[in-house]
Design a protein around this ligand. Structure first.
Ligand SMILES: Cc1cc2nc3c(=O)[nH]c(=O)nc-3n(C[C@H](O)[C@H](O)[C@H](O)COP(=O)(O)O)c2cc1C
Length: 193
């Protein structure tokens, strides 16, 4: 099969983010979300340390998440103006589903932390490819707010855990303008020794 006709290859090549403010129902139901996370968990994993876990934000916990996001923003900047606080809070309501990605990075005698972080990245990409293949779109939200005490305590993170991002998932009603992608020549060469 030529690569142009290969559905898995096409899924990789056509992956793109949705617009967080334009993700509407339907989102993935329980079964679809389980399938998406299962795909994420198939990431290549040196030493099989499983350096990730995922939390689906319960519908009834969105207000609590908004409170945490506000507290996190205030922790970073106590003088935050009201519109900025609203911008922080609104992340809790974007998309019919939100999944928190958590990295669990350990000080291992043999497996470098960089390998573990790469596994987390692979898991995130698997998740994005899987959800898009099932007809959904996603927007990733990250930032310094994720490492603040309110977020860490709110998500009961262990000392070796990091909140990597929040992934809003739903049906895209609009996409952001397509981002420029690197040319093949810019990222691929030949090593001649
Ligand atoms: C770990 C991670 C965190 C990200 N956090 C954000 C974010 O907070 N805000 C944002 O606009 N894009 C964020 N992005 C990037 C976008 O999700 C997106 O991938 C990028 O804009 C390129 O667009 P595309 O996905 O359509 O190719 C993040 C990506 C990764 C891998």
């Amino acid at each position: 099969m030529a690569h142009e006709d290969n559905p898995a290859y096409q899924a990789l090549i056509t992956r793109r983010s949705g617009n967080a403010r334009a993700l509407v129902a339907p989102g993935p139901d329980k079964n679809a979300l389980a399938a998406i996370i299962l795909a994420a968990s198939r990431a290549p994993d040196h030493g099989r340390l499983v350096p990730f876990r995922f939390l689906s934000i319960a519908e009834g916990a969105r207000d609590r998440l908004a409170t945490l996001l506000e507290a996190a923003s205030r922790a970073l900047n106590p003088d935050l103006p009201t519109p900025e606080i609203e911008r922080a809070r609104e992340k809790a309501y974007q998309g019919p589903a939100i999944v928190a990605v958590i990295a669990r990075i350990e000080n291992h005698p043999k497996i470098p932390v960089s390998d573990q972080w790469l596994t987390v990245g692979c898991a995130l990409e698997n998740m994005l490819i899987a959800l898009q293949s099932l007809g959904f779109a996603a927007a990733i939200r990250s930032g310094k707010f994720l490492e603040t005490a309110p977020m860490r305590e709110g998500f009961s993170l262990g000392a070796n855990e990091h909140l990597v991002c929040l992934v809003a998932i739903g049906t895209a009603t609009e996409f952001p303008p397509e981002k420029p992608k690197p040319a093949l020549e810019a990222v691929f060469g030949i090593w001649n020794g």
